[in-house]
Write a protein that binds this ligand. Structure first.
Ligand code: NAD
Length: 291
């Protein structure tokens, strides 16, 4: 069992840190929020009052922070100075590929190993220990990270060198965002054409238009398996987080010269929805804007 410093105990990190503690690791937990710290303490972690403490005592540091700027500042201003020689640094946040690579090379320059390990799966998967991790880093670093990540997830996949985990994550989510937008507008067209939506689901879910957005996360209430649509679009994966990921994908497309016209259109749809939505609804709720 390892001593793990865990920084960022929010919606995702709280459950992940709790699962590491449950697996028998000593988890030294830090967050800026006192409430999050108290929850981590109740879940078997050891809350501390500064990030350096979480870094200083740990063999492994895990971060689960909102965005690239938080990750860069936590590592550059605290973790790099505090970490033990040879410590393994695992960032599970969803951030831009460039920041992930910069953090990894800054770590290497200090004799530390780093991987980017963003996740697929939402808050329920974080709490239930069923996340999928896509990992960017050397083969050695992956071998060290894998058993730790396995205590928080159901699948741990080596995507390639540093940054490859983030690249896989934003490519996947750009595809998810675009297929959800297309699924929503297709159901609305089917409705206008007089089709019964359950009947259309029964046909399309077995035909070539099928996708995860349709058959695992149908945006129409009462159609397909249980999804946020059946709960007033509460919970699930917030449209604002999808917009964040779409924007990361567009930034990466621009930087790499990839042409992504469908991705651009889908980003505009989520941007308009998020601007008008005060409730933080699930990303499949964009169907309500098409009604
Ligand atoms: P969150 O806002 O609930 O949690 C982030 C936590 O980080 C907060 O508790 C905040 O206080 C803490 N924090 C911020 N700056 C800090 C600092 N300098 N030091 C210590 N703590 C700090 O966000 P979340 O939903 O847990 O998401 C975390 C990451 O996971 C994001 O990158 C997000 O894109 C990604 N993600 C989220 C989901 C989801 O469904 N929520 C799914 C997949 C991936």
């Amino acid at each position: 069992m390892s001593t793990i410093g865990f920084i960022g105990l929010g919606n995702m990190g709280g459950g992940m840190a709790a699962n590491l503690a449950k697996a028998g690791h000593k988890v030294i937990a830090f967050d800026l929020s006192g409430e999050a710290l108290a929850r981590a303490g109740a879940a078997g972690c050891h809350p501390v009052s500064d990030a350096a403490q979480a870094g200083r005592e740990a063999d492994v540091v895990v971060t689960m922070l909102p965005a690239g700027k938080h990750v860069a500042s936590v590592y550059n201003e605290t973790v790099f100075g505090a970490a033990r020689p040879g410590a393994l640094l695992i960032d599970c946040s969803t951030i831009d590929v460039d920041t992930a690579r910069e953090v990894a090379s800054a770590a290497k320059a200090r004799g530390l190993e780093a991987v980017d390990a963003p996740v697929s799966g939402g808050i329920a998967a974080a709490n239930g220990g069923t996340l999928t991790f896509m990992v960017g880093g050397s083969a050695d670093a992956f071998a060290r990270a894998e058993p730790i990540l396995a205590d928080m997830g159901k699948a741990v996949i080596h995507a390639g060198d540093n940054g490859a985990g983030q690249a896989a994550k934003i490519c996947n989510n750009m595809l998810l965002g675009a297929t959800m937008a297309a699924t929503c507008e297709t159901f609305m067209l089917a409705k206008k054409l007089g089709l019964d939506l359950q009947t259309f689901y029964d046909i399309s879910s077995k035909a070539s238009g099928q996708s995860w957005s349709m058959t695992s996360y149908c945006p129409v209430p009462g159609v397909g398996p249980a999804s946020p649509a059946d709960n007033g679009y509460a919970g699930g994966f917030a449209a604002a987080l999808m917009l964040k990921d779409m924007r990361l994908a567009l930034e990466a497309a621009k930087a790499s010269g990839a042409r992504v016209p469908m991705g651009e259109r889908a980003e505009a749809i989520y941007a308009a929805f998020v601007e008008a939505d005060a409730q933080g609804l699930d990303f499949s709720a964009i169907i309500t804007a098409l009604e």
